[in-house]
Design a binder for this molecule. Structure first.
Ligand code: TXA
Ligand code: MG
Length: 330
């Protein structure tokens, strides 16, 4: 980890009182780790871009992978995503439980752009663990939660494991002993009419095939979790991004880092804060696209962004968005 621990992580009990305190921290946009039946998750308010940026910061992730959104039941899931017949069958058969469904994201829903890394789909799971359920109900909204370990470390199955790599980086951890499954949830993609196994996990693929009465395929080229940068052209803005620009070009449109100082465009963070910049990234790319279209401009100049901490993930995403795409002039 690049940055030093900066807060006192509070160990909370899995009692009404502990969960109320955890829910209050989450409502404040802070991070709380909690047990699920698979592994401990690092939870944040899934509707708050800034809170979600905090997850990537705390984990020290070099990339913005899309995160799993946890909800207490099917009705809450249906507010966020569109269910086809296969999705209904799998939700009926295996929720609550160690199954995550990747479904088309409901347009205009409340989720933060950073949760889905700008994708038009969303990964949703209804955990069975009674403490996860109680926390979701006490918080009263969707929680983004990857496994609660620093990037590159193994997934935690106890609160002590969480504290080993994230102690000092999160507000709280709800301690409810050891998780049962110990493996992450199985992820099934249902976005193109073909059920796809995106990640093997706690629920055997055979159980899914039995419920669907047909085999599940591997990930599509474009959806593979091994190639998140190629997951969708939706990452790519319509304008050309010119990165690490330090020329003075008053007429241009800018994606700034730090003050705009009279330039046209938007700043990821006026004060140069990388967490704020990450929270604004996807929304600003969308807005600049629209601004450029309206102004009849075809490129956006981007300030240099420090390649440390969350800056690495921001630069990774910007590089992907700036790369020439198939169909561009040859
Ligand atoms: O067991 C689990 O699933 C744990 C516990 C805490 O619930 N959570 C977990 O979350 O493993 P996370 O965020 O680490 O899983 C993220 C994975 C990504 O690596 C990606 O492969 C897949 O979920 N994913 C998420 N959204 C996706 C999307 N829209 N399309 C394709 N894959 C997606
Ligand atoms: Mg993990």
């Amino acid at each position: 980890m690049k940055h030093p621990p900066s807060e006192n992580t509070i160990r909370l009990s899995a009692t009404d009182r502990g969960l109320r305190a955890a829910a209050a921290m989450l409502r404040d946009g802070r991070l709380v780790a909690f047990p699920t039946e698979t592994v401990y998750g690092l939870g944040a308010d899934a509707t708050d871009d800034r809170a979600v940026a905090g997850i990537f910061d705390a984990k020290g992730r070099p990339r913005f992978n899309p995160l799993i959104v946890h909800v207490p039941d099917r009705a809450a899931a249906e507010a966020l995503a569109e269910f086809d017949h296969d999705a209904e069958i799998l939700a009926d058969a295996f929720w609550p439980g160690p199954l995550t469904l990747v479904l088309p994201r409901r347009p205009g829903g409340p989720l933060a752009d950073l949760v889905t890394a700008g994708l038009p789909s969303v990964a949703i799971r209804v955990p069975a663990h009674k403490t996860a359920q109680a926390l979701l109900r006490s918080f009263g909204g969707p929680l983004a939660a990857p496994s609660a370990n620093a990037s590159g470390k193994i997934s935690p199955t106890t609160a002590d494991h969480v504290l080993e790599t994230l102690g000092g980086r999160v507000a709280g951890v709800v301690d409810d002993g050891q998780t049962g499954v110990g493996l992450e949830s199985t992820i099934v993609g249902l976005t193109d009419g073909v059920p796809r196994l995106l990640r093997p996990g706690g629920l055997p693929a055979e159980a899914i095939e039995t419920a669907l009465r047909r085999p599940v395929s591997g990930p599509a080229e474009a959806e593979g979790i091994t190639a998140p940068g190629q997951m969708s052209s939706h990452y790519a803005p319509g304008v050309q991004l010119l990165l690490n620009t330090d020329v003075a070009d008053a007429g241009a449109l800018w994606l700034a880092f730090g003050p705009l100082e009279g330039r046209r465009g938007l700043s990821l963070s006026e004060s140069g804060d990388l967490v704020e910049a990450a929270a604004n990234l996807f929304a600003h790319l969308h807005s600049l696209d629209a601004m450029a279209r309206e102004a009849g401009m075809d490129r956006v100049l981007v300030d240099p962004i420090p390649d440390t901490g969350l800056g690495r993930a921001i630069n990774d995403r910007l590089r992907r968005a700036a790369a020439p795409r198939p169909g561009d002039a040859e």
